[in-house]
Design a protein around this ligand. Structure first.
Ligand SMILES: [Zn+2]
Length: 192
């Protein structure tokens, strides 16, 4: 689907920034999505994609419900944002490259790669994801110099990280029917 002749652009280019008020408002909503995931026995991660001060996509983990290991909050939000674009006759490329993604946990390696490919410039997240993180914890997909692989994006970590970690701990204390038994309790997030 992605054309071969992508050019990659340096980090920070036109990435913009978000105010403390925006961060507070949207992360609160992302936290609510994570809580909803927890209530539905999913890994509690919630996320929001905001364009022009409007939520164009939101998601939470749906992995257990769908039995699809790729249905992370970010992937769900990307699909919703694409549907939003279709519904309004908007060009997805124009919307995505001006959007901000708010997510309660550092995007994993898969999601970080997806965010690069969709050219989302800025990601605000809560806690680190020590086991799967794609924004520096395991690999740095966000800022790596990877030719023909979308565009690097800027990360703002650490917002309400402790709450995000607490939710993860709560989840991993419960029975996760789909988690490998030996690893269930190992999940750790650190505040940056
Ligand atoms: Zn992910």
């Amino acid at each position: 689907m992605e054309a071969a002749a992508e050019e990659s652009t340096p980090v920070g280019r036109g990435a913009g920034s978000v105010s403390a008020e925006e961060t507070e408002k949207w992360m609160e909503e992302a936290m609510q999505m994570a809580k909803e995931a927890l209530e539905n026995i999913e890994v509690p991660v919630g996320c929001l994609m905001v364009y022009n001060n409007e939520v164009v996509g939101k998601g939470r983990n749906e992995v257990n419900q769908t039995k699809n290991a790729t249905r992370h909050a970010e992937m769900v939000a990307i699909d919703q944002a694409l549907a939003w674009c279709r519904g309004r006759g908007r060009c997805p490329a124009e919307v995505f490259e001006r959007a901000v993604l708010y997510v309660t946990v550092e995007p994993c390696v898969m999601c970080a790669a997806a965010l690069r490919l969709m050219k989302i410039p800025l990601v605000v997240y809560g806690c680190q994801n020590e086991r799967f993180g794609g924004c520096g914890s395991v690999l740095n997909i966000a800022s790596a110099d990877l030719p023909n692989t979308g565009r690097p994006f800027q990360c703002v970590p650490g917002y309400r990280a402790e709450e995000a970690v607490e939710m993860l701990k709560t989840f991993y204390k419960q029975e996760n029917p789909n988690a490998p038994k030996s690893k269930v309790r190992k999940k750790e997030c650190q505040k940056s």
